[in-house]
Ligand binder design. Structure first.
Ligand SMILES: CCCCCCCCCCCCC/C=C/C(=O)SCCNC(=O)CCNC(=O)[C@H](O)C(C)(C)COP(=O)(O)OP(=O)(O)OC[C@H]1O[C@@H](n2cnc3c(N)ncnc32)[C@H](O)[C@@H]1OP(=O)(O)O
Ligand SMILES: Cc1cc2nc3c(=O)[nH]c(=O)nc-3n(C[C@H](O)[C@H](O)[C@H](O)COP(=O)(O)OP(=O)(O)OC[C@H]3O[C@@H](n4cnc5c(N)ncnc54)[C@H](O)[C@@H]3O)c2cc1C
Length: 671
């Protein structure tokens, strides 16, 4: 939180004075408790106020190369500072995650940290896929950044269909080595973060060949660059893939192999092994190779909430200070937050930030529970975790990405400025729709699981909790219990989801019976399959948000409980109106009931209006994390916009040289 001493925009001050609850209480809840909140604030001061970590020149004015070098320099300073701090306080993974993938990190290195993949994928892969001996060799060096790694799976020709990856590792029993090759241009690794100029090691996912047979994709740890000179090793062709929509300093790279030899022990052999003579020992389940992706998908759900919460804080504060267009012609221009259409752009995004945060906590707990079972060899619930992590990652990132864009638009022209920070937040948020499993593909994975679940429901088999509703609604075709209550809205969504699953299942079955293969039938039914997965996830989000926030409201002050209940009401009613078409297809709703939903929406928007600024204040974003001329705590947007404009290199001189070189000759040339 910024120093409170500064001059606060009077409109924003009034907003804060009229709040009906204590912002600090929400800040404690939002940040996971008093201790975590205090630690977060300490780290923010410790890092964000360090003069060595300031951006004298806004990074949007830096060249691509300057930006990378600036980001590496800051990463170095941040990690050294963190190391010093943790020597005194003890190691905490949370601090690393805050700095390398969380809000604090996004405030320090706005366009993405070239070392994030080292911490968020390379290290977790060693933890999840390496044997204890391999961990003993690699983990200490990786934790201390004596080596810097990346996760090289995607290729120029394949990102989604990883069984189609072309890079290969051929085992040579004579030398007990693997020989890595990129047989085609499309087999070049392409995209890995930090790969281009930062990492000197990589986990490489390649097709394993031994004794003339292919055993599918497996992870290998490969040294890419000399540890002293950082020069690429022989046979390593490496570079940067070029400028991107966002995440501009992540240093995504390409990597090709030409007869690169690595020792047998560099195959990460926790799940599958290759013996000295080349014998392949297969894993308990081939999908265990996919574990790192699941970990990041789970983490991304929280990231979606963070991105949306930042954007809606900026837009809400701006909407409280921006005055435009009288509502009553005889009155002064109102705050744009008093235009009801503006409230519809803002407040449902506030609600989604809450819902995605609660979803992130849920899926994180489920992940830890099930990976604990995996460690004991129990794979029973892995399919359910895969299905939930896929659809939650897909829905939360898609909604967060479109929400950030809507919030940018809600700020008019000033939202289009780099200094609003919307472009950077959007670039980060929308990347998550693609990476770690493209959203459509992940929804199809969830749909695949739902088809199996529906088949079990048809056989009266017991279903796991997240799909139990399929059994409850298996034989119903019309929902007639609508009373408009939130619990009934949840049941209605579960009912719709069950019908969508049934329809998709029947489409696939019908096509299979007409002679199509399972795969062809699934492709032809792909639209219904993704829709079923989509509504399944939304039904889950509604139920989970209701249960969690209702429960939380029992432990908070009555004043904050009212806010949490309004969040539930808004999220539920907004979901009904957004997906009204799906509802009307299966739920008995007459015109008056639909109109009642519209009235409820307008009512809950009006209820949230007096507390909107206080709610986003409760997210407790440091000004440097928001990094926005529109969203600062003091609300002095016009002064900040003007200050930011002065930083433009073009404003450092009254006349640019192009006048003398081109404009003056043009103007004098009488074309
Ligand atoms: C904590 C704070 C930190 C904050 C961090 C915030 C995030 C910041 C991160 C920034 C860095 C991220 C950088 C990005 C990195 C990447 O993008 S890495 C590359 C990611 N790539 C992918 O995700 C590839 C997507 N493709 C796939 O996963 C697979 O190809 C597929 C689509 C799943 C298909 O695989 P395939 O083997 O062909 O499977 P199927 O035939 O469809 O199904 C086979 C069975 O396997 C099951 N299954 C598939 N995947 C998994 C899995 N991951 N886990 C468990 N089970 C899985 C599937 O359900 C099938 O099961 P059955 O139906 O029972 O047969
Ligand atoms: C910012 C960023 C960072 C990244 N970092 C890394 C990294 O560190 N390491 C790494 O290995 N990779 C990384 N990636 C790559 C990323 O994982 C892939 O881009 C992603 O998996 C999507 O694969 P693709 O690009 O091949 O898209 P495709 O799979 O080619 O998708 C293109 C279209 O085809 C559709 N499609 C594909 N398969 C199917 C299907 N079965 N059914 C229906 N439609 C389908 C998709 O829905 C999509 O609309 C990164 C990507 C980005 C954008």
């Amino acid at each position: 939180m910024p120093a409170k001493a500064q001059k606060i925009n009077p409109d924003l001050l009034k907003e804060r004075q009229k709040a009906s609850f204590k912002t600090e209480e929400l800040a404690v809840w939002w940040n996971g408790g008093q201790k975590k909140l205090e630690n977060k604030r300490f780290l923010e001061d410790y890092f964000l106020n360090d003069p060595a970590l300031q951006d004298d020149l806004p990074i949007s004015y830096m060249s691509h190369k300057e930006l990378y070098e600036h980001s590496v320099k800051k990463s170095y300073i941040v990690l050294k500072k963190l190391h010093e701090y943790q020597k005194k306080t003890g190691n905490s993974i949370d601090n690393y995650m805050a700095l390398l993938g969380g809000n604090l990190g996004s405030g320090l290195i706005k366009e993405g940290n070239p070392l994030t993949v080292h911490f968020v994928m390379f290290l977790p892969t060693l933890l999840g896929q390496a044997t204890p001996e391999q961990q003993a060799e690699w983990l200490p060096r990786a934790w201390n950044c004596n080596i810097i790694g990346t996760y090289a799976q995607t290729e120029l020709g394949h990102g989604t269909f990883i069984r189609g990856l072309e890079a290969r590792a051929d085992y040579d029993p004579k030398t007990q080595e693997f020989v890595l090759n990129s047989p085609t241009l499309t087999s070049y690794k392409w995209w890995p973060g930090g790969l281009a100029h930062t990492a000197n090691y990589a986990v490489v996912v390649a097709q394993l060949y031994t004794k003339g047979e292919c055993h599918g994709i497996h992870p290998f740890i490969v040294q890419l660059r000399d540890e002293e000179t950082h020069m690429p090793l022989p046979g390593i062709k490496i570079g940067e893939i070029g400028t991107k929509v966002g995440m501009k300093s992540v240093n995504n790279g390409y990597l090709g192999f030409e007869k690169v030899r690595i020792p047998r022990k560099n195959m990460l052999m926790k799940n599958a092994q290759v013996l000295e003579d080349g014998t392949f020992v297969k894993p308990k389940a081939s999908v265990l190779t996919y574990g790192t992706m699941m970990f990041v998908r789970v983490a991304i759900v929280g990231d979606a909430s963070n991105n949306l919460a930042k954007a809606v804080t900026i837009a809400t504060r701006y909407s409280a200070v921006r005055r435009q267009s009288p509502i009553d012609p005889n009155k002064p221009e109102p705050q744009i937050i008093d235009h009801v259409t503006q409230q519809l752009k803002l407040f449902p995004q506030i609600a989604k930030a809450f819902v995605f945060k609660v979803a992130a906590n849920y899926i994180w707990d489920l992940y830890n529970q099930i990976t604990g079972e995996l460690a004991k060899g129990d794979l029973e619930r892995l399919p359910e975790l895969h299905a939930m992590s896929c659809c939650l990652k897909a829905i939360c990132t898609a909604d967060a990405s479109s929400g950030v864009e809507l919030l940018r638009l809600s700020c008019g022209g000033h939202g289009y400025m780099e200094c609003s920070n919307f472009p950077t937040i959007y670039g980060i948020a929308t990347a998550a729709v693609t990476y770690e499993g493209e959203n459509t593909v992940l929804l199809l994975q969830t749909a695949r699981y739902l088809m199996k679940a529906w088949s079990l429901a048809l056989q009266n088999e017991k279903l796991v909790p997240t799909v139990a509703y399929l059994g409850e609604y298996r034989d119903s075709t019309r929902f007639t219990n609508w009373d408009g209550s939130v619990p009934q809205i949840i049941e209605a969504f579960k009912f719709v989801a069950a019908q969508k699953v049934r329809l998709a299942y029947n489409s696939v079955e019908k096509r299979r019976q007409s002679g199509y293969s399972q795969e062809e039938a699934a492709n032809l039914s792909g639209i219904e399959l993704t829709q079923a997965a989509n509504i399944h996830c939304r039904a889950f989000l509604l139920q989970m948000c209701y249960e969690q926030l209702e429960q939380n409201s029992k432990d908070t002050s009555p004043a904050l409980a009212v806010i949490l209940k309004d969040i539930i009401e808004l999220y539920s009613v907004d979901a009904c109106l957004t997906h009204l078409g799906e509802l009307l297809r299966f739920v008995q709703l007459d015109e008056s009931q639909v109109s009642q939903l519209q009235r409820r929406l307008e009512t809950v928007l009006a209820r949230i209006r007096p507390n909107a600024v206080a709610i986003v204040d409760g997210f407790d974003f440091h000004d440097r994390v928001l990094s926005s001329a529109l969203g600062a705590y003091d609300g002095n947007v016009y002064e900040r916009l003007f200050q930011e404009a002065q930083k433009s290199p073009l404003n450092q001189e009254p006349v640019n040289k192009s006048f003398h070189e081109y404009l003056k000759p043009l103007m004098k040339s009488n074309l």
